[in-house]
Ligand binder design. Structure first.
Ligand code: UDP
Length: 455
C-alpha cells in the first residue's frame, strides 16, 4: 500500500456485487470487510432495490445501478422472477459502470476482480466480456447445492410436482433428506426457478468459488464437489466470525432488547426469528404467541413488518391479551441485533426458519435450534441440523399452541435439549478451531487472498 496526497492507495481494487436480499447482503459485506482489512479497496455495486446502507461501511464505495424493477414486481415478493429481472436488467449498467472504473485515471480505478453472489450470475459474463477475473460467492451450504441438482434432475425427468406418496421417503442419493425436504419453490411459474438454479450451478468462466460454509460441517460433501469443480473452492465460513463487529442490516436493529436480556437468568431465553423473508398466516402467529405463553419460558421474538401475510402492522397481528398476559417475561422487536443475541449468555435456544446465515450464526455460538423451515434451502438445512449435526429438533406439524409449548420445553429444559446443547457447544468449539490460525477456514482465506493478489 502507498499514499498519494493523503489518500491510501491500495493496489488491488475489488468490485463486489451482492444479491439484494438480507441473507445474501450479509455475507458479501462481511467478505468485503475481511478483504478490506487485508489491504484491498472495495466497491459495492448494488441494485436500488434493497440497497445496503453505506453509513455502516465508510471504507467502501457504494455504487447503485438502475435495476428497472417495477413496483408491482417488487411487491409481488416473487423471488425467482425478481432475480431473473435483476440479472437481465443490470447486465448493461453493471458493465458500463465497471468499464468506466477501468478507464478511470484514479489510482484505485483498475479493477482486479469482480466477486459476485451466485444468484447475480450475469456479473460473471460482465467480468468475462471486460477481461476481468471473477469469483463466485456461494452463500449457502454444499448440501443445498447438491439438493438443487437433484431437484433439477427430477424436474427434467418429469417427476415434479412430487407425488404425496413419496414425500416421506428418503432420497436415495442424499442422506438424510426426504423428498419433501428438497428445495422446491413456492413461486410460480416453476420455470423461473429452474432457469435461476440452472444459471447458478455452473461456474463458467470464474476463477474460483468462495463458499460461506465450513469443512467441519460439510467435509465429505465438499470433497465430492471439489472433485467435480474445475476451479479452486475456498470454504471461508462462517464469515461473520472474521468480521464480527459489522452491522449489515437493511432494517434498523432494536438494541433495547439487550438490557432486557441482561436481566434474564443465564441460559434461560428462547430467541425466535424467522428471518427476513418467511411469511406466516395470522393463525400461525397466534399459535406461536400462545405456545410461547404456555411454555412459561422467557422469550425474545422478532415479529418483522410483513411477517404475517397481508399485514404490516405488528400490534394488530398479535392476538388480543397476549402482550398483557406475558408482561416482562417476553420481549417483541421488529428487527434484532441477531448475532449479539445469539452470543448473549442468557440465550439458550433459537426457534429459527433455518436460513443458512441464522443457522450458522447459531451453531457458531453453541445455541441449539427449533427448526421451522419455510421454503427453498431451509428444509435442507433443517434436516442437517436435526439429523447430521444433531443440534436441533424440527417442528413439522401444523403449528398448535400445546405442541409448540411442549417442543420449546423439550429444547430448553428437558434432557433431550440439554444433550443437544452439549453437542452444539462441541460444534461451536470445532467452528472456533476452523476459524483460528491454522484452521481450515483461516487457511482457505489466506489462499483466497493469495489467489486474488495473483490476478
Ligand atoms: N437478522 C438480523 N436480525 C433479525 C433477524 C435476522 O440481523 O431480527 C439477520 C440474521 O443474523 C441473518 C440474516 O438476517 O444474518 C437472515 O439471513 P438467513 O440466511 O438466516 O435468512 P433469510 O432472511 O435469508 O431467510
Amino acid at each position: 500500500m502507498g499514499s498519494e496526497g493523503g489518500e491510501v492507495i491500495r493496489p488491488h481494487h475489488l468490485v463486489l456485487v451482492p444479491c439484494p436480499y438480507q441473507g445474501h447482503i450479509n455475507p458479501m459485506l462481511q467478505l468485503g470487510t475481511i478483504l478490506h482489512s487485508r489491504g484491498f479497496s472495495i466497491s459495492i455495486i448494488h441494485t436500488q432495490f434493497n440497497a445496503p446502507c453505506p453509513r455502516n461501511h465508510p471504507d467502501f464505495r457504494f455504487i447503485p445501478i438502475p435495476d428497472g424493477l417495477p413496483d408491482s414486481l417488487i411487491s409481488s415478493g416473487n423471488i425467482p422472477a425478481i432475480l431473473l429481472a435483476v440479472n437481465a436488467n443490470c447486465h448493461t449498467p453493471l458493465k458500463d459502470r465497471v468499464a468506466r472504473m477501468m478507464q478511470s485515471e484514479k489510482p484505485n480505478g483498475k479493477v482486479s476482480c469482480i466477486i459476485y453472489d451466485e444468484l447475480i450470475y450475469s456479473a460473471e459474463s460482465v467480468a468475462n466480456s471486460l477481461g476481468i477475473p471473477s469469483i463466485m460467492l456461494r452463500t449457502n451450504t454444499v448440501s443445498t447445492f447438491l439438493a438443487r441438482d437433484l431437484i433439477l434432475r427430477l424436474i427434467d425427468q418429469g417427476q415434479t410436482p412430487l407425488q404425496d406418496s413419496i414425500m416421506e421417503e428418503p432420497v436415495p442419493e442424499h442422506y438424510p433428506l426426504r423428498y419433501k425436504d428438497l428445495p422446491t419453490t413456492i413461486f410460480k411459474p416453476v420455470s423461473n426457478f429452474v432457469e435461476m438454479v440452472e444459471n447458478l450451478r455452473l461456474v463458467r468462466t470464474s476463477s474460483a468459488v468462495i463458499w460461506n460454509t465450513l469443512d467441519c460441517l460439510e467435509n465429505s460433501l465438499l470433497d465430492q464437489v471439489k472433485q467435480q469443480c474445475q476451479v479452486p473452492i475456498f470454504t471461508v465460513g462462517p464469515m461473520h466470525k472474521f468480521a464480527p463487529q459489522l452491522s449489515t442490516s437493511l432494517l434498523k436493529e432494536d438494541y433495547s432488547c439487550i438490557p432486557w436480556l441482561d436481566k434474564q437468568a443465564e441460559k434461560s431465553v428462547i430467541y425466535v426469528s424467522l428471518g427476513s423473508l418467511a411469511c406466516i398466516s395470522q393463525h400461525e402467529l397466534a399459535e406461536m404467541a400462545w405456545g410461547l405463553t404456555k411454555s412459561n419460558l422467557p422469550f425474545l421474538w422478532v415479529v418483522r413488518p410483513g411477517l404475517v401475510r397481508g399485514t404490516r402492522n405488528i400490534q394488530e397481528s398479535l392476538p388480543d391479551g397476549f402482550k398483557e398476559g406475558v408482561g416482562e417475561r417476553g420481549r417483541i422487536v421488529q428487527w434484532a441485533p441477531q448475532k449479539e443475541i445469539l452470543a448473549h449468555k442468557a440465550v439458550a435456544g433459537f426457534w429459527s426458519h433455518c436460513g443458512w446465515n441464522s443457522t450458522v450464526e447459531s451453531i457458531a455460538e453453541g445455541v441449539p435450534l427449533i427448526c421451522r423451515p419455510n421454503f427453498a434451502d431451509q428444509k435442507v438445512t433443517a434436516r442437517y441440523v436435526t439429523h447430521v449435526w444433531k443440534v436441533g429438533m424440527q417442528l413439522e406439524e401444523e403449528l398448535e399452541r400445546e405442541q409448540v409449548a411442549a417442543a420449546l420445553r423439550r429444547l430448553m429444559v428437558e434432557k433431550e435439549g440439554i444433550e443437544m446443547r452439549k453437542r452444539a457447544m462441541e460444534l461451536k468449539a470445532r467452528v472456533e478451531i476452523g476459524t483460528r490460525k491454522g484452521g481450515s477456514s483461516f487457511n482457505d482465506l489466506d489462499k483466497l487472498i493469495k489467489t486474488i493478489r495473483s490476478f
